[in-house]
Design a protein around this ligand. Structure first.
Ligand SMILES: [Zn+2]
Ligand SMILES: [Zn+2]
Length: 65
């Protein structure tokens, strides 16, 4: 697994309970305790328009290049 330097706030050590399972910037798991939401795909378009690179629920790459 490649180590990525991501500046998203979710990776900070003082954030012990991240609100999302996956980092929306790098796609890394930030809170493995959360269960993925099965219906998150309907938000993918909205999240993509917000500039999310990855879905915070399922980790899918939203910005395909
Ligand atoms: Zn990240
Ligand atoms: Zn998703």
């Amino acid at each position: 697994m490649p180590e990525q330097k991501c500046r998203a706030v979710y990776h900070k050590s003082d954030m012990k309970s991240a609100p999302f399972k996956f980092c929306q910037e790098c796609g890394a798991v930030i809170n493995a305790k959360l269960k993925p939401k099965e219906d998150c795909s309907k938000y993918h378009t909205l999240r993509k328009s917000k500039g999310y690179k990855y879905c915070p629920d399922c980790g899918a790459a939203l910005q395909k290049q």
